[in-house]
Design a protein around this ligand. Structure first.
Ligand code: AMP
Length: 190
């Protein structure tokens, strides 16, 4: 199985690049943000609880997203592999993911981390907010909180994967095609 963690701060381009990677390598794209937004759209209890946190730019509890990922893995046991987008976001999530994958006889192949400067992230998210309909893309204070959450709780995961020799850092500035090519060349050399 090819199991990739596509990593980076909000606005780094993880969603865009995930769609390309999913097609090229025939992988299942698992975005916890997308799954949570579909729970909200469906009006589920989980969605309602998550919405308040998401609209503020806070992380939702680990057990919620770990449970979601666990059931997606169970439902796709014969997949070629997975792209994890926006997950894991904390050390507890990364540890849980390692255990879930191990139970299925597989593991993370690599973490591809997109690097983009904060001012560019803010510019991209505000631009996306004009059309995305996402409350958390519209307000600069909320965007700042999301970047803060990333720096405090999520960025340390680079060390988690680096200690397993799985971290690859990729410059996330440039055209979508250029960045895709850089990602492809890392994956093709794994
Ligand atoms: P995203 O679409 O990845 O930008 O996620 C949007 C929001 O969903 C985040 O700001 C969090 O509130 C929540 N979220 C998504 N993935 C996770 C996760 N792995 N852990 C905690 N919260 C998450």
């Amino acid at each position: 199985m090819l199991n990739l963690v596509l990593f980076g701060p909000p606005g780094a381009g993880k969603g865009t690049q995930s769609s390309l990677l999913m097609q090229k390598y025939n992988l299942i794209h698992l975005s916890t943000g997308d799954i949570l937004r579909s729970e909200i759209a469906a009006g589920t209890k989980l969605g309602l609880e998550a919405k308040t946190l998401m609209d503020r730019g806070d992380l939702v509890p680990d057990e919620v997203v770990i449970g979601m990922i666990s059931s997606k893995l169970d439902n796709n046991l014969t997949a070629n592999g997975f792209i994890f987008d926006g997950f894991p976001r904390t050390t507890a999530q990364a540890t849980a993911l390692d255990i879930l994958l191990k139970e299925k006889g597989t593991s993370i192949s690599s973490m591809l981390s997109l690097k983009v400067a904060d001012d560019e992230l803010i510019r991209r998210l505000l631009e996306r907010g004009k059309n995305s309909g996402r409350a958390d893309d519209k307000n600069e204070g909320i965007i700042a909180n999301r970047i803060n959450e990333y720096n405090n709780k999520t960025a340390p995961l680079k060390e988690f994967y680096s200690s397993q020799n799985k971290l690859y850092e990729i410059e996330g500035l440039g055209s979508v095609e250029d960045i895709a090519q850089k990602l492809n060349s890392v994956i093709d050399n794994l």
